[in-house]
Design a protein around this ligand. Sequence first.
Ligand code: NAP
Length: 322
Amino acid sequence: MENKNFAKSSEKISRLGFGSWGIGKTFWIGAEDNESKKALHKAIELGINFFDSALVYGNGHSEKLIGEVEKESGKELFITSKIPSKKFEWPANDKSTLEDSFPEKQILQSTERSLRNLNRDYLDLQQFHVWNDKWADRDEWKETVLKLKKDGKVKYFGISINDHQAENGIKAAESGLIDSFQVIFNIFDQSPIDKLFPFCLENNISIIARVPLDEGGLTGNITDKTEFPKGDWRNNYFKGDRKTKVRERVKKIGSDMGTECESIAECALRFTISFDAVTTVIPGMRNTSRVVDNVDIINKGVLSPGLIEKLKSHKWERNFYR
Ligand SMILES: NC(=O)c1ccc[n+]([C@@H]2O[C@H](COP(=O)([O-])OP(=O)(O)OC[C@H]3O[C@@H](n4cnc5c(N)ncnc54)[C@H](OP(=O)(O)O)[C@@H]3O)[C@@H](O)[C@H]2O)c1
């Protein structure tokens, strides 16, 4: 597995990271803890060291599984978490203030809870789970981030950018305190390419590409007849005629892809790592076979410049989270 330096550090993280929302079982129906743990172990065995989590994924459940597997494996992993806004908003409402969302107490207490869940003394990376650059100039969040770093609770700090708002974080990073951005980046949402990627390359800030498979849309597995389990949040994401629209788009990607990729998922994952700014890509994985397949995919490396250009024409502006 290829590695890349994380931000300005000399620490190496794997180009394929483990997205762990699904194994936390919040909104996603279907994961089983035994299988989730096997998948985490398999990931470590195959060279993945980057594990993305959040306090809210199963109210700490995903963190607990990752923490257990880290101890069982005897390996030191690079583990991330996220601080939910005190108002529990996704994305941050434009009217919410810093006091409403990330007062010092919220930042410190959430971090302590994540550390307890992980059974660890420090987090490699802590992130704001939502953000609004209206708060960028305020000193309070900066002081708390510095305190967490000084106390050794957090090595690096980042922002998980609101859905489809790729530039809403750049101002905060001008403080020099932001080591990474986690952002939606896939064949449909290519907006980070315009400003965020050049800014991050220039400032040595890592990009963690999230939702690389458009929650399943970019796998080729969504058809008009696809049904999600009752209670699974994707009944909303792919509601109405959205499955049909996705299917039509994916068919076109398939014909442009030709023989360079064996599947839409391969094309989608390799597209993300074809951009220098992307340090790691974190597809959601809930079982061993997804881990094995995705490691094989990432090990094939970047796409040809010709295919990357073709795929650029498939960008699609929309927000299915609403
Ligand atoms: N606001 C935030 O900070 C935020 C929001 C969303 C996500 N995230 C992070 O980003 C990670 C990735 O996003 P996500 O999990 O929501 O969406 P995603 O990675 O775009 O899609 C996950 C879906 O892709 C499927 N899949 C994975 N590998 C596949 C393959 N090789 N072939 C076919 N299907 C494959 C999974 O299958 P199965 O159904 O079989 O599991 C699952 O249904 C999350 O796990 C989380 O860590 C952060």
